[in-house]
Design a protein around this ligand. Structure first.
Ligand SMILES: *[C@@H]1O[C@H](CO)[C@@H](O)[C@H](O)[C@H]1NC(C)=O
Ligand SMILES: *[C@@H]1O[C@H](CO)[C@@H](O)[C@H](O)[C@H]1NC(C)=O
Ligand SMILES: *[C@@H]1O[C@H](CO)[C@@H](O)[C@H](O)[C@H]1NC(C)=O
Length: 409
């Protein structure tokens, strides 16, 4: 699947098509000749395989492909490439057939007097065909990554080609083995460099690639952190383009997830100020949800690991911006904010009184009323779940307040 998409995505890159076409022109001719000989040999003896033979005989020839390539250019190239992809399929079945029917014993028997090839010739041909099939195999992921990386490393490449190379890497780094190879192949440096590209789309896709590659992968996380990419990503979190900020936040989350070094770097790069900025100033709910989700994730990591490296999670101004978000009329956002408050409340560094001073109690009460009154029929069930969570947070908050009072007494 990834391969198929890959092939489509590189469809209009002229020099790549040219490589494929030249390769095909060199390799196809002898194969076609060999296979055709076998086809004729059998077809003469067997009426039933005539149609198959005709189908191969009218298959693509390389002249057509080269002509298409020359006039193809940008958009037109896609048609050529698609046809060519189809050509691979029939070539494959042709070779399979040719090998199956090149069995010396079988052929000898079938073609009898008509067959003029010696057994040695047939064996030799069979080996040749096998070798050709090996050569015609699709390039490996590493090959494809090298091509994309070489493009990214080339400063004179067009923006369109750069974007395409990034899109290709985006798919290629999904398997963990490929992600592990990215730095070895020299890919991380040019991708990180593109985080500061003048083009917004390039910056956005670069962040996306880094997030994808570092997801659940401590090795790649540390490599990217080692190159100092976090500072650039934090800056991107302030982007006016929602898409850019969303992808930056996605990359940051993937980069520092369960990673103490990453979280410390996030703090020292003032990532918390960026988060705060999104919570307070963004008008985009999707971006806010991502920011709130990151808060929950960081708090949960502290709770589970017992490591406390992020004092901002308990900062009173930060807590206030979380609580204020409960007044936004978005059920999904409200649920995510409640989850964040729940996790942050559990941190020993968080003072319940800080939540008290931003009026968490009445905010939760008002939310309860809203959840009861507002939801439409189809949202009722969801609203019920969110309300349950709201009660849980309220209880947690009350208990923490009581504990605090006890200690104070
Ligand atoms: C005819 O060709 C098909 C492949 O298309 C092959 O599987 C089949 O064995 C051939 N029939 C005979 C009688 O050789
Ligand atoms: C860089 O890209 C340009 C434009 O596509 C191309 O002409 C040039 O050969 C490339 N350089 C390398 C080293 O691949
Ligand atoms: C990228 O280009 C630089 C200098 O142009 C070169 O030193 C480096 O080896 C290249 N990296 C890759 C992966 O091609």
């Amino acid at each position: 699947m990834a391969m198929a998409r890959m092939r489509c995505s590189r469809q209009s890159n002229p020099h790549r098509i040219l490589v494929v076409v030249v390769l095909a022109a060199v390799l196809l001719l002898p194969v076609v000749a060999t296979a055709a000989a076998a086809v004729v040999a059998v077809a003469e003896g067997e009426g039933e395989n005539r149609s198959a033979a005709r189908q191969w005989a009218t298959g693509k020839d390389e002249g057509e492909l080269v002509a298409g390539e020359e006039s193809g250019g940008g958009g037109g190239g896609s048609v050529v490439e698609d046809e060519f992809a189809g050509g691979f399929g029939s070539l494959d079945s042709m070779l399979q057939w040719a090998i199956g029917n090149s069995d010396p014993e079988k052929l000898k028997e079938q073609a009898d007097g008509v067959q003029k090839l010696s057994e040695d010739d047939l064996l030799k041909r069979r080996t040749e065909i096998k070798e050709l099939m090996e050569k015609l195999k699709m390039p490996s992921d590493a090959d494809l990554m090298k091509i994309a990386i070489a493009d990214l490393n080339n400063t004179s490449i067009s923006l369109e080609d750069r974007q395409r190379a990034l899109q290709e890497l985006l798919l290629l780094v999904e398997p963990i083995d490929n992600a592990n190879d990215l730095d070895k192949l020299g890919g991380l440096v040019p991708v990180i460099r593109d985080l500061t590209n003048a083009n917004e789309e390039i910056r956005t896709t670069s962040a996306w690639v880094l997030g994808k590659a570092s997801q659940n992968n401590a090795l790649v996380q540390n490599q990217i952190l080692g190159y100092g990419a976090l500072a650039k990503l934090v800056k991107m979190g302030y982007a006016t383009s929602t898409e850019e900020a969303v992808k930056a936040l996605y990359a940051i989350s993937a980069l520092i997830r369960n990673n103490v070094n990453g979280q410390e770097a996030f703090y020292s790069e003032n990532g918390n100020a960026m988060l705060q900025h999104i919570l307070v100033s963004s008008s985009d709910v999707r971006l806010q949800k991502k920011a709130v989700f990151l808060v929950t994730d960081l708090a949960d990591f502290q709770l589970n690991s017992g490591k406390s490296g992020l004092p901002f999670l308990s900062d009173s101004v930060f807590l206030k911006s979380l609580v204020d978000m409960l007044s936004r009329f978005d059920l999904d956002l409200q649920e995510k904010v409640l989850l964040a408050i729940k996790s942050v409340l559990k941190l020993s560094s968080t003072e319940a009184t800080d939540f008290e001073s931003c009026d968490l109690n009445s905010v939760l009460y008002r939310l309860g009323v809203q959840l009861e009154e507002l939801p439409s029929e189809e949202q009722k069930e969801y609203a019920g779940e969110v309300d349950e969570l709201r009660r849980e947070v309220q209880t947690l908050f009350q208990n923490k307040l009581k504990e605090g009072t006890k200690i104070a007494l």
